[in-house]
Design a protein around this ligand. Structure first.
Ligand code: PEP
Length: 251
């Protein structure tokens, strides 16, 4: 029997102006005020909306996080946001190493590791994303790629309280093509086995590993029931209160 409490995390990406974002966050926080799905819930708005959303849901059961953070606390880094700034706004989490950041901003495992370490130093929980491309899967490299990214991206001092892993097959993100339960469980189990080596059996057994990639209300239940799937990192379906809530209720 697992003691891992599931986490349902919404990654809004570069979506939402103030009115939509506030309505979405308040809609979820309101539902959490009168119902308790069997999971923690988190929204990661674009940086422009982190402050208003954090203010709007302060005191509710809905947590707020950043979609990225810089590896430094402050300094000459135009356009960047430090983990201390996110924490200052009331954020509890920061996503690091999302495949869109790895691709759009050429973020390497070393960069992701530094960002994750900075997030931990600021008291945030780092959600470290890893995942293979379709070409890598087709070449039979799925497990090797995920192991390697995990080894390269996991910060020193990572434990189950300060770090969450998100397995996001790149070919499943925003494509409507979801991993089969067998594919997801195979990789999640391999990640957990690698975590045993990296953080020890006790922490590996407690650390949450989220699945991300076209998770929707109609496929969430099956994925979330898998033994090593401890929640979801959700893009498209996190932009509608009803869909995001339905996924949480599948836990
Ligand atoms: C994501 O952005 O991390 C993601 C999994 O997106 P989607 O749910 O839209 O595939």
């Amino acid at each position: 029997m697992t003691t891992r409490r599931k986490l349902i995390a919404g990654n809004w990406k570069m979506n939402g102006l103030k009115a939509d974002g506030l309505a979405l966050a308040k809609g979820i926080a309101d539902k959490l005020a009168s119902a308790s799905p069997n999971c923690d819930m988190l929204v990661c708005p674009p940086f422009t909306l982190v402050a208003p959303v954090a203010e709007a849901v302060a005191g509710s059961k809905l947590a707020v996080g950043g979609q990225d953070c810089h590896a430094k606390t402050s300094g000459a880094h135009t356009g960047d946001t430090s983990p201390a700034m996110l924490a200052d706004l009331g954020c509890k989490y920061a996503i690091v190493g999302h495949s869109e950041r790895r691709t759009d901003h050429a973020e390497t495992d070393a960069v992701v590791k530094a960002k994750a370490a900075a997030a931990l130093s600021a008291g945030l929980i780092a959600i470290v994303c890893i995942g293979e491309t379709l070409a890598q899967r087709d070449a039979g490299q799925t497990i090797e790629v995920n192991r390697s990214q995990l080894n390269g991206s996991l910060p020193e001092g990572a434990d189950a309280a300060n770090t969450v892993i998100a397995y996001e097959p790149v070919w499943a993100i925003g494509t409507g093509r979801v991993a089969t339960p067998a594919q997801a469980q195979e990789v999640h189990a391999a990640i957990r086995a690698e975590l045993v080596k990296l953080v020890g059996a006790e922490q590996a057994g407690k650390m949450r590993i989220l699945y991300g990639g076209s998770m929707k209300p109609d496929n969430a239940k099956e994925l979330l029931a898998l033994p090593d799937v401890d929640g979801g990192l959700i893009g498209g379906a996190a932009l509608k209160v009803a869909d995001f809530w339905a996924i949480a209720e599948s836990c």
